[in-house]
Design a binder for this molecule. Structure first.
Ligand code: PXL
Length: 283
């Protein structure tokens, strides 16, 4: 099977098990070359850590992409995660214009908020810029808080959504394929995907565990795009990426106090290798 090449554009939180440090191993386990374009370097992620450092790579971003353009590097997928500033969102938009070819999948995880609140340092202006960036994507994967912000709803109501299908349809005016993660029901949490071309929905429902699991959205997004770029259908990739994240959470629960800041995903990577083998055999 031909090896795919994907570029992931998001921050490098050096300690914290999210963004690039989660994406790289997941994408590699799915048999795919992962190229990285970091938007910023942070000492840790911004959730619950105090005094984290943040160094935006605004000057480097266009220089790196100009060098890649001169080398004529091409990508099967462009996967965008946490960006960190409006200036950088504009740089990512230019990158997509430059590198998106006919068969390049553009996947944007509009990471900016969770559990009803914006991440530290981000707000409405950032959301507006990210919303315009989403119009350049083939697939977006907001969590429920981000989906509400992008739909103009109050994110603090994220646990009481009754019309999730309406939110999916509303967001499909930004992008044809919408995957919403972290949708709460009484005892379960679901990922819901909507494909405008077929008006079809996919739901992956899992038990709900108490507490906040930093990086779960990044692991889902990385597994999803790694599967999808290798030929899984959108619906299969949603189902299997969701099963992978559920396994990461279960494995983390036995060392919850030590790993309060991220998931023990390393012990679940074998599931992705198995899934990649299955995709290879199906080809
Ligand atoms: O996991 C999402 C994420 C990514 N990057 C940074 C973050 C967060 C969530 O808190 O702070 C820097």
């Amino acid at each position: 099977m031909k090896q795919k090449r994907l570029v992931t554009i998001q921050d490098l939180s050096c300690f914290g098990k999210c963004s690039i440090t989660a994406a790289l191993p997941v994408i590699s386990a799915l048999g795919t070359e992962a190229v990285v374009l970091p938007t910023a370097v942070l000492s840790t992620h911004t959730g619950e850590f105090l005094n984290y450092t943040f160094h935006p790579l605004e000057n480097e971003f266009d220089r790196i992409s100009a060098h890649w353009a001169s080398l004529k590097i091409e990508f099967d997928a462009i996967y965008v995660g946490y960006i960190g500033s409006v200036t950088l969102i504009n740089a990512v938009s230019r990158f997509i214009d430059r590198f998106k070819k006919e068969n390049t999948v553009v996947f944007i995880d509009p990471a900016m908020a969770d559990n009803g609140k914006f991440y530290s340092g981000l707000g409405k202006d950032y959301a507006n810029a990210l919303s315009s960036l989403c119009t350049k994507a083939d697939i977006i994967s907001p969590n429920i808080t981000e989906a509400m912000i992008l739909s103009g709803l109050n994110p603090e109501d994220y646990k009481n959504v009754t019309d999730i299908k309406e939110i999916c349809k509303k967001l499909s005016s930004l992008c044809d394929n919408v995957i919403i993660t972290g949708v709460h029901k009484k005892d379960t949490i679901s990922t819901i995907a909507y494909q405008k071309s077929t008006s079809s929905f996919t739901q992956a429902e899992k038990p709900i565990y108490d507490g906040v699991f930093y990086g779960a959205g990044d692991l889902f997004a990385s597994a999803f795009i790694g599967m999808y770029v290798n030929g899984a259908s959108l619906s299969d990739a949603v189902t299997n990426a969701s099963a992978f994240v559920n396994d990461c959470i279960i494995k983390t629960l036995d060392e919850r106090e030590k790993y309060w800041y991220g998931l023990k995903f390393e012990q679940s990577l074998h599931l992705l290798c198995d899934y990649y083998q299955k995709l290879r055999c199906d080809k």
